[in-house]
Design a protein around this ligand. Structure first.
Ligand code: MN
Length: 150
């Protein structure tokens, strides 16, 4: 088991779900991937993911991520996911963690502009989401706000 994906792997039975087991990748490429999955779980939400240090840093966003500036969305940080998860779509079986349909809502690349413990600023180059965004941790450890700056 890979330490950084331990939480992710512990929550899932890979014999039952078609989600990838995953492993931490070495990041050598400059273009970082970004994906938003629309997850029809018990509570429908969007999973916002950014490639960082060989995994996908992940946040569950209850409402659709903003396409327009000055709209804020609550974003709850969840366990890191493997990079392969960026292409996952399908249905997580009943009784499994996160059971329900997963669709890819948006994807593309991003550039990291600023990173501190409680703030990330980045440019998204997606199909639906484009431009500068921030994630700001306002309620540690897991409470963040996702907002479009411009
Ligand atoms: Mn989810």
């Amino acid at each position: 088991m890979t330490a950084r994906l331990k939480k992710y792997q512990q929550k899932r039975k890979f014999k039952v779900t078609s989600e990838p087991k995953g492993k931490v990748k070495k990041t050598t490429k400059k273009k970082l991937i970004y994906v938003v999955q629309h997850h029809f779980a018990t509570r429908e939400h969007y999973d916002f993911r950014l490639e960082m240090n060989g995994v996908l840093k992940s946040w569950a966003v209850p409402k659709q991520p903003p396409k327009k500036a000055n709209i804020k969305r609550l974003a709850i940080q969840v366990e890191d996911h493997p990079l392969e998860y960026a292409s996952f779509k399908g249905t997580i079986p009943e009784g499994q963690y996160g059971a329900g349909k997963v669709e890819i809502w948006d994807n593309g690349t991003y550039t990291l502009e600023e990173k501190t413990k409680n703030k990330l600023v980045f440019n998204l180059y997606g199909k639906k989401l484009k431009g500068e965004y921030s994630l700001i941790r306002f309620r540690p450890p897991k409470g963040w706000l996702l907002l479009k700056n411009k």
